[in-house]
Design a protein around this ligand. Sequence first.
Ligand code: ADP
Ligand code: MG
Length: 498
Amino acid sequence: MGRVAVGLAVTVAVAACAVAAVVVGRRVKSRRKWRKVVNVLRELEEGCDTPVGRLKQVVDAMAVEMHAGLASEGGSKLKMLLTFVDNLPNGTERGTYYALHLGGTNFRVLRVHLNGQRSSVLEHDVERQPIPEHLMTSTSEELFDFIASSLKEFIAKEGDGSNISTNRRELGFTFSFPVKQMSVSSGILIKWTKGFSVVNMVRRDVAACLQEALARKGLDVHVAALVNDTVGTLALGHYHDPDTVAAIIIGTGTNACYLERIDAIIKCQGLLTASGRMVVNMEWGNFWSSHLPRTSYDIDLDAESPNPNDQGFEKMISGMYLGDIVRRVILRMSMESDMFELISPKLKIPFILRTPLMAAMHEDNSPDLREVARILKEVFEIPEVPMKARKIVVKVCDVVTRRAARLAAAGIVGILKKIGRDGSGGITGGRGRSNTKMRRTVVAIEGGLYSSYSLFSEYLHEALNEILGEEIAKHVIIKVTEDGSGIGTALLAASYSS
Ligand code: ADP
Ligand code: MG
């Protein structure tokens, strides 16, 4: 071999070694970065861990806070608001009743026909529309005039052919904001939430504002009941099934109410009702306990929210927030590694990932996780996502949703424990007696997160079984109501009309 040939061979060999070294170096670096991503995931899993022991601590904390909130005004982060609803619909109601619902995704007007017989299908009509955004920050007159006009148009469409009498109409008003009730048909607004901030409304009687607006429009309609949406859900649940004792809403936000013994409401001495019971609106979104598994993502989300230190339970559970927790985790992963090659600026925009899209990624069953890639591209403008990154994103959605659903389940068992329906003793036969029979117990549930996100509801049921044990869990029935927040309020208008 000539010198030149040897020189060439050596050069080629050196070059090949150099290339190999670079490739290996990159691989090592990439593996190291990938390990960081895996560590972020592992940390998240640990931070969100909800073994049954921990869930039982949350159950106990919920029951304890309920006691405290009933014992004194301001005794707990749970407001435990009185509703003055002491009788729930039972199927004997008759006539045509109306309901208005303000505070959900859409403003709704409903009419319900009742024939005095509990039937599986309730005949009703409903119209929904988004609340024009400017009204959310307008004056109370403007807001209530809009509501009254919507009702007037709805009634005008009934026409002559209808068999609805021209007597005074009775109406229930579903108002899904915290209200301090004075009676079943009056109550003052404690504070606005969900982006509303209508001036001169706080501390005013919401039902009176509506009644005045109805009068301004010349409508002979009586506001018979002012109702929180959870209470409407409980009313509809009870109408269909008298074993219903509590209602939960898990949609954009979350809340719960339940039927309490009047003598347990210590903060209101001397309260009397014919039934000896009253529905209590817990405002459970504000529940807090040191047993809740909280991560740095939750802390940041809370600190950057318009209401820090408020609605802590809601921020871990409800549809408004789950997508944003996931976004925060993906952003952190992306910053610690080259998981998506570049950090997309869109990853830094709060609430850009809505919960229904997060659910769609979580529930992507395609073998190549096509939907995950599509949504990451659509929402965050991340062009090409490798398969292993897609899998990690699915896992993040899973961890966040599983924690939410399991905590919601613990909250439900907390209520059951408070009213002695969790099978932990003294259910019917008294304490200490074995073989006491657990009573059939129904919880009405409503809201888009529960009804449209099947992995969420599956995880919730799984946790109920774990906490209660299969024997007891058999007696606890979760029943979905459809628009109970509206229809149930019309039923309450029937129960409480003069
Ligand atoms: P609201 O709570 O505003 O009265 P809903 O009960 O209909 O209204 O709940 C709507 C919320 O439910 C949405 O804001 C969203 O967070 C959640 N949601 C709706 N559909 C889905 C879905 N397919 N997957 C996951 N979450 C959903
Ligand atoms: Mg709702």
